[in-house]
Design a protein around this ligand. Sequence first.
Ligand SMILES: [Zn+2]
Length: 225
Amino acid sequence: MEWVISISAVGSMKEQIRPLDLVIPDQFFDATKRRVSTFFGDGIVAHVGMADPICPALAATLEKAARATGATVHRGGTYVCIEGPQFSTKAESRIYRSWGVDVIGMTNMPEAKLAREAELCYATLALATDYDVWHETHEVVSVEAVIQNLLQNVATAKDVLRRAIPAVNGPRDCGCAELLKNAVITSPAAFPLTTRRRLDLLLSKYYPPADLKKRAAVRRDPRRG
Ligand SMILES: [Zn+2]
């Protein structure tokens, strides 16, 4: 698996993004609190770049498919991810709006971070269900209204996916496949074996398993204590 398309229900944080509109964000703000947000740690440190968290090639494919459905599509924008499961208070919603975010949701973080660490192409199709709670003249966000728009958005999302998925193929020349290349800070000689084994799927490309076997053999050699 090399591509991840996230289908996300979101609240709109801007007047011009109306309920049932589609947004393909290009930025995130992570306001989650209690989620595991990295594959690394346990003795292997990696700092993956998040400046551009969305794969531009996959986002372009999504945009083309989304526009083909006839829906209103907004390319670009910031998705703020809150912990949930409760919706925002009005104060929180106003503060997020003052930060200039475009949509609000509860699902894209930390999966977008983990996708970058796993060198996957990641893009989001966000479907607006409501105006969150900041909109003075719009009805206060109710679970019923959200669910109703959610169901309509599910049908739209399926339509977009039917068009987008056949177009996702071929070699990746977007740079996503090399995100870990210079991201691991810990010296390979200092990798704890158990952590190195746990991260084999991510690291074997850059640190061949042969090294691992050699190190394991060294460790098992009783003459080396
Ligand atoms: Zn990519």
